[in-house]
Structure formats: C-alpha cells, structure tokens
Design a protein around this ligand. Sequence first.
Ligand code: NAP
Length: 422
Amino acid sequence: MPHFKVAIVGAGPAGYFAAQALQNLANEEQSFSIDMIERLPTPWGLVRSGVAPDHPKIKTVSKVFEKIANTENFRLFANVEVGADITVAQLQEKYDAVIIATGSSIGKKLGIPGEELRGSLSAAVFVPWYNAHPDFVGVDTPLDADTAVVIGAGNVAMDVARMLALEPSELDPTDTADHAIDALKKSNIRKVYISARRGPEHAAFTSPELRELPKLEHTNVVMRKEDIEAAIVRAGSEPEKDVKSNLDAMLLIAENPKSEHERTMEFLFQHTPKEILGTDRVEGVIYSTPNGDVTIKCGLVITAIGYQAQGIVGVPYENGKVVNTDGRVNGNMYVVGWAKRGPSGVIGTNKSDAAAVIELLVSDLKSPKNAGDISELLSHKVVVTQELWQKINEAEVTAGEPKGKPRVKSVERTELLKHAGL
Ligand code: NAP
C-alpha cells in the first residue's frame, strides 16, 4: 500500500483542516504521514492569536485540532520557520506534497496621508498584541486619548471596537494578554467610533456579532435610526437573507439607544476616510461623507480593512495571495485557507475549502518518493513537538486556573520554550 508524506506549513485552522481531510482519505489503498511546520513555538494560528478573547466558544475548535494532532502519523514541528530554518525547495524535495497554510497576516493600508503617524495602527498588529502573540508584545498602543476610531465594517473591526469599548474588568476571566488587560485598565478611551465607508446594507459584519452588541453590560451601542431606515429602503423589498438579518439586528440597536454607561461604541456609515490628522501623533480623521467633509477628533486609529499574505521565498504571490488554481500552486505545492482565497469566511469555511484541495492533491499523487526525513535538516533547531506543545498548553492552563481564566498565555518565546522544558 503506498504511503505518502505530506508537509503542511502553518498550524492554523486551514492547516489542521487540511490534515483532517488527509486523515479522512486514508484507507486500505493509501496512507499518509503528516508533518505540520509552524514558525511560532505554539500552534492553532488565528484561534490563538486572532479570535477575540471575549469569544471563548469560537476557540473550542482547538479541541478538534488537538484530536487531529494526536492521531497516528501526525508530527508537529513548531518553532521552525520555513524560509529561514528550512526552505520550501527542501520540503518539496522531501515530501510527496507540500501545503501552504500560512494565512494572511499583513494588514492592508488605506493609502491616505497620516497613516504612518503614532497612534495609527492596523488591526493586524493590534489584535495579536492583545492576544499575546510573541512578535507583537512591544506594539505601541497609545490609549491616553478619550476617543478612538476603528476603520472598517467587518467582524475584525467589530472585535477591535468591542475590545476598546468593553469595561476592561470583563476581560479578567479571559485569556487576553496580561499586558493588554493592564493597558486597557489604564486606558482613557471612553468613545469608540467604528466607521464604514458604505451604508449599513453593505456592512460585512455578520448578524450574530451584531446581535450580541445590545448584551454588552457596560457599553452604550449607538446607531442612528435614520441611517438604518434609509438602508432598509435602499435594500429593497427582497434583500438577501444575510443583509436582512443584519439590518434587523441594526434596527434593534438603533431603536433601543442606551446612554447610562460611561463607555460608548458608535457606528458611522458612509464615512470614507480621507486623511489622518496630526503632527507627531494622531489627532483626528477627516472623512468625506454625503454631507461633506467631517472631522472626528481622536488619539487612536485602528484600520481593520482586510489582510494580505506574508511572502515565503519559493512560493509565488500575487495580490496578497499565493498564486494558485483551485489550490494547486506548482509542482507538488498546494495552498489552503486565507493564503489561497484571501481573508474571508469564518474558521469553519476552511474545512470545506481544505477538503476540496486535498481531493485534488490526492488525485495528483503517483508513487511515494521515500526521500528521507526532515529531522536531519532540523538537527540545529530547537523543535517544539506535539508532546512538548502539550507541556506548554498544560502550563498555561494550570496558570489560568487560580485566576479563573482558560489560560494565562506566555508572551516571550523563551518562557514558552521553558514550559516545554527547552
Ligand atoms: P471583511 O469582512 O472583508 O471586512 C473588511 C471591511 O473593510 C469591509 O467593511 C470593507 O468595506 C472595509 N474596507 C476595505 N477597504 C477599505 C478602505 N480602503 N476604506 C474603508 N474601509 C475599507 O474583513 P475582516 O473584518 O478583516 O474579516 C475577515 C474575515 O474574518 C471575514 O470573513 C470575517 O467575517 C471573519 N471574522 C469572523 C469573526 C467571527 O466570526 N466572530 C471575527 C473576525 C473575523 P467595503 O465592503 O466597502 O469594501
């Protein structure tokens, strides 16, 4: 029976679902060994560093990842960077197939004046900062002004706005990075605007996220009723199901204004950012609106307008994605997830997406290569295996128990490796 070796680069949702799809296709006629290679000492990708910490239910998918990882013929090589510690060409030589599953980690730019000022950040650095990603501990997040602006009308913008507008003690029972909880507790921000360049009927938020806003216990959520009513008219008598569901949720918010709380999250629609004002640091945003230019004074601007994939030498990229046809890249290279299709969809979207690519990959396989093991190429590296990752995981979960948190994340690589006994 042929036994094929497959390398998966990136231990996020797309990578795990690709591994699962391969495991599901193993039968009496073919079997697979899977080596998953991850740059960080910890796996789970976006589930660890992207999902908002006040959404712990979404993170329960990590149980599925661990089940996949604890299956026979699966090995984790974390703390190994493809492109630095080992090349794509080496992987292509050693494995029958190589799957790129590295996501999209670079924040898109607005391309307007003032974007480089202090206090203007991308969600691509702010989100991993509050999620304890080791590469973003030192991000400069000035929270001393009373107003922040979040640009973008998607779920990432919503996560960021909520994190800024929540009463920070609500984050105590979460796995938010300790440094972020400390900074948010000292924050002067009381007003958070979230701005969309188009009307409510075009917003990329999803309705479960909108429907949870009225449940915020310490935050006023403000939408102008006129904005939503005008959008309902523009959407017509037969809007798409998702649009209708969003508009219903927004109308509910607009019709039940709250003002008793100290903190407010306010939605601005049809506000296209034109310029970020300031000399040394952010002082405001000029928007063009249907009623002319409007300036919002603020000390922090976070853009959440989409992502692009980070390049790896040896992998072709175009328009922020890996160049591919239905997941086929070139030779024995494949791509799944956001690196393949761009930053869209929820975590579960990657399951069907990966399964379709794996079907093609398996149909391309001929006879196994038997080209040796990559362990020889990594003898110089401190590798975090699945067993060692489980030690890190246990240490973090144990540290969280007395504090009523799901875990206390370690942010320094050295500390993470220490938990693994390295
Ligand atoms: P997104 O859903 O694509 O939203 C991006 C937003 O940025 C859109 O509102 C877009 O507006 C706006 N935008 C783009 N370029 C802009 C510009 N130059 N100026 C102003 N606004 C601009 O992306 P995302 O929020 O990064 O989310 C990525 C994916 O992850 C989505 O599928 C999302 O649902 C998912 N996600 C899910 C959850 C969850 O399930 N809780 C949480 C986070 C993320 P236009 O429409 O006008 O282009």
